[in-house]
Ligand binder design. Structure first.
Ligand SMILES: Cc1cc2nc3c(=O)[nH]c(=O)nc-3n(C[C@H](O)[C@H](O)[C@H](O)COP(=O)(O)O)c2cc1C
Length: 402
């Protein structure tokens, strides 16, 4: 397999095997409408030879909004027209675009959304630290309908498919995970497989009913949740997705409890965190000192180091258990490594997030030089700044602040 040869995801022919993984943009208005800046971002990526773009997570309904202030929404008819202008232009560059759709469940903040936080159980997220109200069964059913309605809006807006965000501790993942889901209703953990997939199952069924069986459904999952999710549970999840015949599975890692395990780096940008992050911000000198002296070392114990292609071992396990295209995300920086994993059939697609924030023209550079290495040093300032009011961008190119 060659990375620059076309490949299929469902009925989509993608011109190469390099995908832009979902990346929160911070470029919509407060009502979740895409702005010109959102359009510019995607046109720039499309013009630079990316085969498939997966958008940043878009909320399916206002009650599923993230704490990020300028998140995209796909929750109303009026938005279709704005997205359609963008997808039409992107298609002129032989680039496919899939919208990632999500409900955040417990991973949000009341002080930002103005709404009570709601989730699968009373268990709170370590990061967001708010005890959620438990979603009643009929409310869960209503959310499933909203996922399907959002998928149809995305289809009408010209997106080539949707990706269900079932990773990183968001609502679908909260149902899957036995460390969070202690429900007794139909959405409970299956005692045999130790995963809770009825919610996801019903979403997939309803999306197909509304959008047709040929509308591609991709699913992004976390291979581990940092709370004891076992390899057997992971394999059971892959087998479930295999039975559902989804069109592509993207393998990621973790939840926002330890967000830096999702996007790993060589160090924790603690000063940026204490200055800008709404959860950790402090101007107090003593507060900063205590943080660095006592909390940071504790935090570090749970944080995994950056290693090249850090989700590849999980992606290989996924591949052994299904013929559905496997997309691997996390820590792809060297052209050589990307070419190898595709050439030797370890995975079907590679997907990248931070390298494209740093260099939107990365695929073009790889076309010219197969051994090109991304300038992204995984400093994670982009990830920390994601929760502020700034649009997502690279703050440090080649070690130089911009
Ligand atoms: C700034 C930023 C925004 C992100 N937004 C999303 C998102 O909206 N949806 C999602 O599934 N993952 C999101 N991620 C995670 C990435 O898609 C990816 O899984 C992770 O960064 C590891 O890939 P990388 O090493 O290529 O950056 C985001 C990561 C960063 C750094």
């Amino acid at each position: 397999m060659n990375i620059f040869e076309p490949a299929e995801i469902g009925n989509l022919i993608v011109k190469n095997r390099i995908i832009r993984s979902a990346t929160y943009e911070g470029r919509c208005d407060e009502q979740g409408f895409p702005t010109d800046k959102y359009k510019e971002l995607y046109l720039e990526l499309a013009k630079n030879s990316i085969g498939l773009i997966i958008t940043g997570f878009a909320y399916i309904s206002k009650d599923g909004r993230a704490m990020q202030p300028y998140q995209a929404g796909i929750d109303s008819e009026e938005k279709i027209h704005f997205y359609k202008q963008i997808t039409d232009e992107i298609h002129q560059y032989d680039c496919k675009i899939v919208m990632q759709i999500a409900h955040v469940g417990r991973q949000t903040l009341k002080q930002v959304t103005g709404q009570q936080v709601r989730g699968v159980s009373k268990k709170k997220s370590l990061y967001f630290n708010e005890i959620p109200d438990i979603l009643k069964t009929e409310e869960v059913v209503a959310i499933i309908e909203r996922f399907a309605a959002a998928a149809l809006l995305a289809k009408r807006a010209g997106f080539d498919g949707i990706q269900l965000h079932a990773a990183h501790g968001y609502l679908i993942h909260q149902f899957i995970s036995s460390s969070i889901n202690n429900r007794k209703d139909i959405f409970k953990i299956d005692p045999k497989t130790r995963i809770g997939v009825n919610f996801l199952d019903m979403i997939i069924e309803q999306v197909r009913q509304r959008c047709g069986t040929d509308f591609p459904i991709l699913v992004k999952i976390s291979a581990n949740d940092d709370h004891g999710f076992t390899q057997t549970q992971f394999v059971n999840l892959i087998r479930f997705l295999d039975r559902k015949k989804v069109d592509g599975i993207e393998i990621s890692y973790g939840t926002m409890d330890y967000g830096l395990n999702i996007f790993r780096g060589n160090s924790i940008p603690i000063d940026v965190l204490l200055r800008h992050n709404p959860r950790y911000r402090t101007d107090n000198k003593m507060g900063k000192y205590l943080w660095k002296r006592f909390l940071l070392p504790i935090m570090k114990l749970k944080i995994k180091p950056f290693t090249a292609m850090y989700n590849l071992p999980y992606a290989k396990i996924a591949k052994e258990n299904t013929d559905i295209p496997i997309i691997c995300v996390g820590g792809f920086r060297k052209g050589e490594e990307m070419f190898d994993v595709i050439n030797n059939g370890a995975v079907d697609f590679v997907s990248l997030c931070r390298p494209f924030i740093c260099e939107p023209d990365l695929v073009k550079k790889l076309e010219l030089n197969n051994n090109y290495v991304s300038m992204c040093i995984s400093c994670n300032i982009c990830a920390i700044m994601c929760d502020t009011k700034n649009p997502t961008k690279c703050y440090l190119k080649q070690g130089v602040a911009t």
